[in-house]
Design a protein around this ligand. Structure first.
Ligand code: NAP
Length: 212
């Protein structure tokens, strides 16, 4: 995406309150893109909303716990009925369940909640917003994945990200001729609440320079 493509368009960024979602939102605003900031509670994005507004773009805030399908449905219904047309989606929000150092003892709930938040909500957001993008002949969906490998202690998280990869690979081909590009973004290991204290520093420039 280059600057001219996205100036004045609206992007939805899930998990915008901190970490990578916050940096993505700031980057989009620097390109003149209006942003809908998602988190679990609008209070979490209040300061960021002010920062983005000061950059001269329009900002909206939405809240939904992504493991709760009712909240996801309500958020999407309100975006479709009241919101502007959404041309860009960063499905960035995700959870990583606890490090199970007693692997192969892994609670089934790790898989359930990982799939609810990291896969099912993500797919629902895509499937709700894709028809409008197709109708308008332009859309960009960036689903945030992970290169996590060989860490069975985090297997629920890893499998959920593999499911995101499979989803993108299977749908991208159906949409690219309609002007809707669906991509995966693996940010690498970064020092965020999810990534922990030993992740590399966020290299915003690395992904910003990629044509996605
Ligand atoms: N950091 C890394 O090293 C790394 C590496 C590879 C991939 N990734 C991927 O990058 C993405 C962002 O990671 P991050 O490190 O920036 O995470 P983070 O700092 O933990 O931020 C997570 C964001 O997601 C939201 N969120 C968390 N649980 C949620 C839930 N149940 N329902 C709705 N929203 C929820 C949080 O909102 P609240 O403010 O409401 O909590 C927050 O905005 C994720 O997809 C992650 O898998 C990260």
């Amino acid at each position: 995406m280059n600057k001219a493509d996205i100036k004045g368009k609206w992007a939805l960024v899930t998990g915008a309150s901190r970490g990578i979602g916050r940096q993505v939102s700031l980057g989009l605003a620097d390109y003149g893109c209006n942003v809908i900031l998602h988190s679990r509670d609008s209070a979490h994005t209040a300061t960021l909303a002010e920062e983005l507004t000061a950059k001269g773009v329009q900002v909206k805030q939405v809240a939904a716990e992504l493991s709760d399908e009712t909240q996801v449905d309500a958020m999407l219904a309100s975006l479709l009925s009241d919101g502007p047309a959404i041309d860009i989606v960063y499905n960035n929000a995700a959870i990583m369940t606890a490090y199970r150092d007693k692997w192969p003892v892994v609670p089934s709930d790790d898989f359930r909640v990982s799939f609810e938040v990291n896969v099912i909500a993500l797919v629902k957001i895509c499937h709700t917003l894709i028809p409008g993008m197709v109708e308008r002949g332009w859309g960009r969906i960036i689903n945030v994945t992970s290169g996590i490998a060989d860490q069975p202690e985090l297997i629920a998280y890893a499998i959920s990200k593999a499911a995101v990869d499979k989803y993108v690979k299977d749908i991208a081909g159906r949409l690219k001729d309609k002007g809707v590009l669906v991509n995966l973004l693996d940010p690498g290991w970064l020092r965020t609440d999810l990534g922990g204290p030993t992740g590399e520093l966020f290299r915003a420039q690395d992904w910003a320079n990629k044509q996605i």
